[in-house]
Design a protein around this ligand. Structure first.
Ligand SMILES: [Zn+2]
Length: 139
């Protein structure tokens, strides 16, 4: 089902319509919830949020979020790490995995991603997004 952030978003670019991650994990493109995660680990910002690490291998980019302290609204812990991978700055996100000790990596739920976004967003507002204001690049 299309995520709430995609349903509420007004498309800020001209061109193809987004394809929500929660509609199609394999073909997702410009999902608003996933983009909010990507903005938190966007490599161009002067300082990443505490607990977020970014790296790349050629044009393959990836980030990890330390989510040991993050709980859902119901108070459940999610896991140890959220792993995110994408290519260049394009709108397709190749991988989102919750990593936890002794468990097979699994995709996060929408609720879990929202909890992670809340946890890593500074109080008092959104983090600044990319210089264009529409990270990632819809191309
Ligand atoms: Zn979505």
């Amino acid at each position: 089902m299309t995520c709430q952030m995609c349903r509420e978003r007004v498309k800020p670019w001209v061109g193809d319509d987004p394809l929500c991650y929660f509609e199609d994990v394999k073909e997702n493109w410009m999902c608003a919830t996933v983009n909010a995660i990507r903005e938190l680990c966007y490599e161009g910002q002067p300082e990443l949020p505490r607990g977020v690490h970014y790296d790349y291998c050629n044009d393959a980019k990836f980030a990890t979020f330390n989510i040991e302290e993050v709980k859902t609204e119901e108070g459940n812990y999610i896991g140890r790490c959220l792993y995110v991978a994408w290519y260049k700055t394009r709108g397709y996100t190749e991988a989102l995995w919750v990593l936890n000790a002794l468990e097979t990596p699994r995709p996060p739920t929408e609720e879990e991603l929202l909890a992670i976004i809340r946890h890593f967003t500074p109080r008092g507002g959104r983090r600044p997004s990319s210089p264009t204001g529409k990270s990632p690049d819809p191309s």
